[in-house]
Structure formats: C-alpha cells, structure tokens
Design a protein around this ligand. Structure first.
Ligand code: GDP
Ligand code: MG
Length: 745
C-alpha cells in the first residue's frame, strides 16, 4: 500500500522518498502520506542522514498549526531544511501528511541530530472535516516527539474558539489517552508556542498569560478518564514561547529573531529560579525528561508500529510497543552480531569437522585466542546496540545470544580437547617406542621406566598447554579437569601396554640366552655319550653309572639355567616398575618356553642319524678301549666275542634310557608340571596365545607327562636297535679280521 511517487508531486518537486536513491532525500522524507500510509523509507532516510547510529543522541520536534501560517517557512529558516512552502502566486493547498527532515543548519549552538516533523493539513476544523487526521497525527507526534511547536498568529491569541484551540484540545485529549497507560514513565512534553506577526505593542508576557488562561480553560473542560480527574496540565506539559515579527514586513528583524530562536534548540536544564510551569530553561529547551528513549536505529520500526496502531484505531499502548520494538531490534542486532561471529568461527568449525571426518582430529593453534576474541566482540557489539532497548527484553536476548554462541564454542572446545587427547596419546606412544629403539641401537641398556616417566611428563604438559589455551575464563563449562583425568588414565593404559611390549622384548632376549646356554651344555652332555665314558660328569675312575644319570644332569642343567634366566628377567622387569603379577606371568612363560627350547634341543640330538652315530661311538669306545682307556690291539687269543657282547649290551642299554626323560632316582619323569606351576591368575589370553601346549601340564591337551617326556617311541627304538646292532656287528667283524690278520703277518 505504498503511494506511487507521482501522487506526491508537491510544488514542482518530486517528493519521492528514496526509491530512486539518496538524492531524493533532499527534501526529507514523507513519513505519513496523504493516504495515511506509513513510508518505511524512513529507516533509509535516518541512515542517509547519519542518525541511525546516534543511539539516544537525537531530538524530535513536531510542528502543528493552521495551514499557511508560515510553518514550513519558519522551519526552513531555523533548520536549513527544504520543506515545501506555498508559493505567493499559487496559494494552493499543500499536501496533507507528515514530513520529516534533519536539521541542516551549521550552527554550533544547536544540539546534534535534530529531526523535525512538519505536520501538514491540520486546517480542516472550520470546514468540519478531517478531524480524524488531526487526531491521528497528534497522537503520532506525542508518542514520538519531545517538543510540539504550535504556530499561531498574534491576532488569534485570546480567540478561544479559534482553530488552534481546537487543535490543542485534541492534543490534550490524546495525551491523556496515551499516558494513562504509561503512568510510570512520567513522560513530559514541551509545548512551544511561536507567535507570528508579532507587532510588539502587546508585551509577550501578556500574550503568554492569555494563552495560559485559555489552555487552563481547555484543560478543565476535558472529560478526564477515571483516576485522572484531578490531574493538571503541568503534570504533562512544559511551556515555552517565542514571538517573531512579520517575515515580509520586517525581514531583518525576522531573521535576527529566528537566529536567536535557533539557539534554544539545544540540550538544557530547567531553570530552578524561574517559573517551572512556564518552563524557563538554562541552556536549551531539550530536557532529557522529554526524550521518548527510542534508540535511533529502532525509531523507524517503532514509528511504523505506532502508526499502525493509530491508523487502525487500536488502543495505543506505548510500553507494549517498546517491548515489541525491543524484541524486533534485539533479534535483528543478534543476527548481525552472529554474522560477524560466523566470520571468525565458521572456518574453525569447518576445519575441525573436516579433520574429524578424516579420522584425524586436529589441534587448532590459537583456538582459544580466536574464540575468546570472537565471543567478546559479539557480546560487546550486542551490548552496545541492544542495551538501549527495554531492559527485560535485552537481558533475555543477551542470554539467548550467549547460549547460541556458547553452544558452538563448547563444541569447538570439546573437539580441541579430543584432538589434544588423541594426539597426545599417539605422540607419547611413538616417543617411547622411538626412545626404546634408539636405546636398543646403541646396545647399551636403557632405562625403560625413565623413558616412560619423561615422555609422560611431556605428554601431560603438552595436553595441558593446549587445553589451557582453549579455556575461556568465567564459563563454568570451559574447564578440562575431567578430560585431564581421562587423559592420564589413557596414558597409563598405553604405558601399561608399552611395558608389556617391553616385557616381551625382555622375555625374548632372555629366551635367546636360555637357548644358547642349553645348546652348549646339553650338546656337551650328548657328546659325552659318544665317548662312552659317561660324559662330562663322569667319575675319573672310569665307572659308567653316569650314563644312567644323563637325564638327571640335563634336568639339573636345565633348571639351573632357567633359574638364572629368571633372575635376570625379574631384576630387569623390576627396573621398569613391572608388577609382581606381571613378573610372575613372565616367569611362567619363560619356563614353558624354555622347556620347549630344551625339548627341541633334545629332539635335534635324538635325530636318527645323530643318535646312531652316538651309539656307535659309544660302543666303539667301549669295545676298542680297555678299562684304562688304552686302545686294544686284537690278538687271536683275545676274547673278542666276550668283549664285543659286553660292549654291545652296555650300549644297548642306552636306547631305552634315552628313549624316555626319566630321573634315575625315581624312574619317573621330571616334575615338569610342578616346576612350571599352574597358570597365573593374572595371565591374559594374549599371554597364553603363543604358547605350545605341554603334555601333563596342560590338562586339556590329552597328553600325559609320560608322553611329553617320551623321546623315542617303540618303533623308533626297535629300528634303532636293529641298525645299531648291524653297525656293531660290522665293527666286530672288522676286529675279528684284524686279529687274524695280525697273526698272519
Ligand atoms: P504553512 O502552510 O504553515 O507551512 O505555511 P508556508 O510556510 O507554506 O507559508 C504560507 C504563506 O505564508 C506563504 O505565502 C509565505 O510567504 C507566507 N509567510 C511566511 N512567513 C510569513 C510571516 O512571517 N508572516 C506572514 N504574514 N506570512 C508569512
Ligand atoms: Mg507547510
């Protein structure tokens, strides 16, 4: 319902309202057109004239009075505005409506940002028409303006029935109607009478008294709403008066008086020494109590709302209008503020989301500095603009803004901590592994516990510095206590894992040592069998009981070797704070693995070829050497057969002996089950995973200890016996031949 520009041609001007750009604001802006439509370009005009961001630092004046009493002429003279003026020649009625323009005077004696509303067409009274517009425009002016200027001819003063008196009656009525609802705000207005064509014959003081009497009569004639019957005119209004000479007859004086009058449009205080009712001022006429306290950036929206209520004959309720305005503007300001916040924060959110999506949460450098600055700026900007509005609404909206902002900052903060956590744990694990590797490379023994301690300290330090940087002070959610606890827990978990890895490496080293030890010592033991004299532990006297004790010696060698290994293992493990349980599990594993090592060493020695060779050597030793270890030279008279039989039988006893790992004293297998012991309660599945089952130890194996310690089965034994006998027979025949040969030579 916006009026087309061609309907607004006034006195040859195109009274456009900014549709074609700022240039059309030269004449101000038509706030309400003759069709009683509000023009939302008012906001653009306030922007154009630089008032929008003035906050409360602006003033609003409305000018009333009969048509063609030189109002527009006066305003243009006072404020260097360009309100249209009826030309002398045409004398045609100016358009009805309300125009607004900003003071363009360069005078430094005037307040900043004075806005003037020229209310036109309040002249239909005599013709009995258009009292409706007069009423509506008066309401609008009172709801918005600090000062109501009433233009009046000197010769009309005292004419109680005059047009202006009707206007003033309307003003008083709507004032009562308006501020009945808003008694708390004690809104006052200044009625500023400008007496035109002042001749100077009647003193201004007298004119003023006459006017005040008339006003009093009007006021008492009003039917006042209940509760306000006793109210007086000065509860709502202050009064000021200026008299101006005839502009055309006394142009110089007119100019001088207008210049004087202009300086009254400044901030001022009530003069306590003068008659308060008549509003004598110190400084200017703009008292702070006249101000309607509508921030400049919300004025257009407020004016529109007010006009909408007025034009639709609704009860105008200013406090409600102010609250609605506050909601509208606070929302608008919030949106603007969030746009700025987005510029700073959205890229960080995107960066984090992207990193998380790639599965590599990223610690954003300087996140805290950025979020703190963005938060501070958003809230400060909101506060600057929005705090001028209704306090309750402002507080509520501020809380809303904070929660909007903080929801996003909280997510950023949480992601940052998550990234610092993951990063920190990974770095810790990598750093420990690298230090261990470096230690291994150097070959020197490194202190695993020390490495872990150092790296843990620096990991905690790193996390803390990231977290601290991200904290926004003063916000209860912005702390990392719980996350720090979780982080420490994770570091402990990882160091536990790293320690178990280190234990495994240690165990592997110890096992390797056991293997090499057993290789030597058990190898020697089996080699001794080949000598036929009972191995290393054989008594010097050449007795042979030691062959029967071969397994005793191997068992003893084995257990003492493993015992030594256990000690090495336990000592080293203690150096990196392994728990007693962990050491127990390690030793249990070591025993089992060592048994495997021994078992495979035995198997290697007992491979058919090896064993046959050993038996043959054993036999030959017994057959070819006498008791004193001297080689025999066979003579035909020798009891070759007897010696052969004895040696062969002796060696043959080795086969059942070696076939089964038995201790000589008991004839039973070694106490492998007792020696290994039960599976420790703290052993995990991972601890057991790579272990080879052992018969008689692992019950569900279905294999007995006897079977576990059986080295050669029956078939192998028979086969071995046959082969050995053949070999022995060969040696015998050869000896026999050599004995005969020796005789014939
Ligand atoms: P408005 O309708 O009240 O805005 O009056 P205008 O400013 O358009 O002026 C109406 C007529 O009054 C014009 O012809 C002016 O020249 C004339 N006028 C302006 N100032 C004065 C004045 O001080 N005294 C008299 N008598 N006429 C004036
Ligand atoms: Mg005019």
């Amino acid at each position: 319902a916006y009026t087309a520009p061609d309907k607004m041609a006034v006195n040859g001007h195109f009274a456009s309202v900014g549709q074609n750009g700022d240039a059309n604001f030269e004449n101000g802006v038509q706030v309400i057109d003759e069709d009683k439509e509000f023009n939302p370009d008012l906001a653009k005009y306030l922007n154009y004239s630089g008032v929008s961001h003035a906050g409360f630092n602006y003033h609003l004046i409305s000018v009333f009075g009969s048509q063609s009493t030189g109002k527009s002429t006066l305003l243009n003279a006072l404020f260097s505005t360009d309100f249209s003026v009826m030309s002398e020649s045409e004398r045609r009625q100016t358009t009805k409506g309300i125009w607004l323009a900003k003071n363009k005077s360069a005078s430094t004696k005037m307040a900043a940002n004075i806005l003037v509303m020229d209310v036109e067409g309040t002249d239909g009274r005599e013709r009995g028409e258009d009292q409706d517009f007069e009423r509506k425009s008066s309401l609008f002016a009172l709801a918005t303006s600090e000062v109501l200027m009433v233009n009046i001819w000197e010769h009309q003063v005292g004419l109680y029935q005059g047009a202006n008196m009707g206007l003033l009656k309307t003003v008083f009525e709507v004032n009562l109607q308006l501020f009945l609802k808003d008694r708390k705000s004690t809104s006052r207005s200044l009625l500023y009478f400008v007496i035109r064509d002042f001749l100077g014959t009647t003193p201004l003081q007298n004119l003023r008294n006459t006017l005040m009497q008339d006003l009093g009569r009007i006021w008492s004639s009003l039917s006042k709403p209940p509760g306000l019957e006793k109210s007086s005119i000065d509860d709502y209004f202050d009064f000021a008066f200026t008299a101006l000479p005839h502009k055309l007859y006394q142009p110089e004086q007119f100019k001088a008086e207008v210049a004087k009058m202009a300086t009254r449009f400044n901030e001022g205080r009530r003069d306590p020494r003068r008659d308060a009712l008549l509003g004598e001022f110190e400084g200017g006429i703009f008292l702070s109590e006249y101000h309607r306290r509508i921030p400049a950036d919300g004025f257009s929206h407020y004016a529109e709302g007010i006009w909408d209520q007025i034009v639709n004959n609704k009860d105008l309720d200013l406090p409600t209008q102010q609250e609605l305005l506050a909601q509208f503007r606070c929302d608008e300001i919030m949106r603007e503020v969030i746009v700025g916040f987005d510029v700073a924060i959205s890229p960080l959110e995107t960066q984090q989301a992207e990193a998380t999506r790639m599965g590599k949460p990223e610690v954003i450098a300087g996140l805290g500095a950025a979020t703190k600055a963005a938060r501070l700026e958003a809230i400060r900007n909101f506060e600057t603009e929005a705090s001028r509005y209704h306090k309750g609404v402002y507080q509520r909206k501020r809380t809303e803004l904070e929660s909007k902002i903080d929801t996003r900052l909280k997510a950023l903060f949480a992601s940052q901590l998550t990234a610092a956590h993951k990063d920190g744990v990974q770095q810790f694990s990598d750093a420990v592994s690298a230090a261990v590797k470096a230690g291994q490379k150097k070959g020197a023994s490194y202190d695993f516990a020390e490495i872990v301690k150092e790296q843990k300290e620096s990991a905690i330090h790193r996390f803390e510095s990231h977290a601290k940087e991200a904290v926004i002070e003063g916000l209860p959610w912005s702390n990392y206590k719980q996350e720090m606890t979780l982080y420490r827990k994770d570091l402990d978990k990882v160091s536990g894992q790293l320690r178990r890895d280190e234990m495994r490496r240690l165990a592997t080293r110890v096992e390797r040592w056991v293997r090499s030890k057993l290789n030597d010592s058990v190898g020697l033991e089996f080699n001794a069998l080949g000598s036929g004299r009972g191995g290393s532990a054989a008594p010097e006297n050449g007795d042979r009981p030691s062959e029967r004790e071969t397994w005793d010696r191997i068992w003893a060698l084995f257990t003492s070797t493993v015992q030594e290994a256990e000690k090495r293992f336990a000592d080293r493990a203690a150096s990196f704070d392994a728990s007693a349980d962990e050491v127990d599990v390690g030793i249990w594993r070591l025993r089992r693995k060592s048994w495997g090592v021994l078992r495979s060493k035995i198997d290697e020695e007992m491979m058919e070829g090896n064993l046959l060779l050993k038996l043959r050597e054993n036999f030959e030793d017994k057959f070819r050497y006498d008791e004193a270890g001297v080689p025999r030279i066979w003579r035909p008279t020798d009891d070759i057969e007897g010696i052969y039989t004895k040696a062969r039988e002796s060696t043959l006893t080795l086969i059942p002996l070696l076939a089964r790992f038995r201790l000589s004293e008991t004839g039973a297998p070694p106490p492998l089950d007792r020696w290994i012991g039960p599976t420790p309660a703290t052993a995990t599945a991972a601890d057991e995973e790579d272990l080879t089952p052992i018969g008689g130890v692992d019950e569900d194996e279905g294999k007995s200890l006897e079977e576990e310690t059986t080295i050669l089965n029956e078939a192998k034994r028979q086969d071995l016996t046959v082969r050995f006998k053949k070999a022995a027979d060969g040696v015998y025949v050869e000896a026999k031949r050599s004995a005969i040969g020796g005789m014939t030579q």
